[in-house]
Design a binder for this molecule. Structure first.
Ligand SMILES: C=CC1=C(C)c2cc3[nH]c(cc4nc(cc5[nH]c(cc1n2)c(C)c5CCC(=O)O)C(CCC(=O)O)=C4C)c(C)c3C=C
Ligand SMILES: [Fe+2]
Length: 415
């Protein structure tokens, strides 16, 4: 057993900053002894967990909601709801109270309080996170117009948009992430069934990322274009991280203190066109090497790009329209966001074209100082634009985390 306690301590040490604990809950302990083929029944010794992946737990309560700074999980579901006719503030408050209680239980690896479907039975919490947000239309439907943040004003139309309104926005939004597909689906189904009679599903999307442990060492994720994606994200250790990503305690409206704004875009990748490019051309589109994510001016993934460096012919080594050049905060008046996407693949169209891409989710204290200026710039045409298409869009106010005994959104709904 000494080895186990060492690895447990090590994991707790590294995970502390992201709110992850290990095997703290009864459900997680159940997971540790549930595997068949070993243990008391087959060998006389207690079964050891095969992996720590299932036992990792993210805290539900905290200053911020989970699922924002939590390391990206392997499986994700996004679901948006509209309140049904007749449902108002009271019903919405009861729903958020119900959803919060269930999220807390499931994130601890426990079953739902009633009518659990058993889908996640035997599994640990698997880093499940459930994150709740409010869309602009929520406020008029619940008589809370005065509490509607100005930051929820509709995003501008971008000239390159191909937005399907039926798969955009919504009164309520829930993001679910977990490192086990059954755990993620279990939470999705619970969220959906608990909304019955109060809110109906407006749209729902499924995504994925690489499974933790698939690489020999921790690495930044790759997207479906094969690029290392997420390198230059703001880091929680940056001095200005909180200021860029979270609404301050003194923020307006006050119920959004500790919250953040999520911009959600379903971005289709035109993979047939992309895959026709040579590797060199693909690298010029981004301005970074495909193999290791290093800037084209050299070094490693974390080396600062030399934006002014030219080659022997006097051409910029990182092209003027390279995606990673023109999205930089220093090229956009400081605009920054935390990108935390999932890839998606919804099969192939009748003509064999993949319906695949990025569920782009970015987090910021104010979309007008994050997503909007950068997307305006990209909309004028960067090198990546010919290979992607924005197909749906959402903007949601995601309140701060619930304190113990509180539910998410209580400060809004019971003000
Ligand atoms: C409006 C914001 C952005 C959209 C939309 C967007 C789409 C998009 N991006 C990639 C791939 C990469 N993006 C990279 C960097 C990067 N992208 C944005 C913003 C948007 N991207 C920012 C702010 C940055 C960081 C810029 C910086 O500070 O250096 C990279 C490079 C590696 C990295 O830093 O993550 C890649 C690769 C795709 C495929 C895509 C739409 C499908
Ligand atoms: Fe990008």
């Amino acid at each position: 057993m000494p080895d186990q306690s060492i690895s447990r301590r090590r994991l707790l040490g590294t995970a502390g900053a992201t709110g992850i604990a290990l095997g703290a809950a009864g459900g997680a302990a159940g997971y540790a002894v549930a595997s068949s083929g070993s243990g008391e029944g087959s060998g006389g010794t207690a079964a050891a967990p095969l992996t720590s992946l299932g036992s990792e737990e993210v805290m539900f309560h905290g200053k911020h909601q989970p699922g924002i700074t939590t390391p990206m999980q392997g499986h994700g579901h996004l679901i948006a709801f509209d309140l049904v006719a007749g449902a108002g503030r009271k019903e919405a408050a009861a729903l958020l109270r119900r959803w919060s209680a269930t999220a807390e239980r499931l994130m601890a690896g426990e079953a739902a309080a009633s009518d659990d479907t058993d889908v996640a039975r035997d599994a640990g919490p698997s880093s499940l996170t459930v994150t709740f947000g409010f869309g602009s239309t929520f406020f008029s439907r619940t008589g809370l117009e005065k509490q509607r943040p100005v930051a929820l004003d509709p995003l501008p139309d971008f000239s390159s948009d191909h937005i399907d309104q039926a798969r955009s926005n919504g009164d309520l939004w829930v993001q679910i992430g977990a490192n086990d597909a059954l755990v993620a689906f279990h939470a999705l189904r619970a969220v959906q069934t608990e909304a019955r009679g109060v809110a109906r599903v407006r749209w729902q999307m499924n995504g994925f990322n690489r499974s933790p442990g698939a690489t020999a060492r921790p690495m930044t994720a790759r997207n479906l274009m094969g690029q290392i994606d997420g390198t230059n994200n703001p880091k929680p250790t940056d001095d200005d991280f909180d200021q860029r990503i979270f609404v301050p305690t003194s923020g307006d409206p006050s119920w959004m203190a500790g919250g953040s704004y999520a911009v959600v875009r379903r971005i289709r990748m035109l993979l047939d066109d992309w895959e026709k490019l040579s590797q060199k051309d693909q690298e010029n589109v981004i301005g970074r090497r495909k193999s290791d994510g290093a800037p084209l001016t050299g070094g490693t993934e974390t080396t600062e790009p030399k934006l002014e460096q030219t080659d022997a012919d006097g051409n910029l080594v990182i092209p003027i329209n390279a995606h990673a050049r023109i999205t930089r905060p220093d090229q956009n008046g400081g605009a920054a966001m935390l990108r935390r996407p999932f890839s998606f693949h919804d099969g192939f169209d009748a003509d064999g074209v993949p319906d695949a891409g990025l569920l782009f989710i970015c987090w910021q204290a104010d979309p007008l100082r994050g997503f909007v200026p950068v997307q305006r710039k990209l909309d004028r045409g960067d090198a990546l634009s010919p290979f992607i298409r924005h197909e749906s869009s959402g903007l949601f106010a995601v309140p701060g985390g619930a304190a113990k005994g509180e539910y998410v959104g209580q400060r809004l709904l019971e003000a």
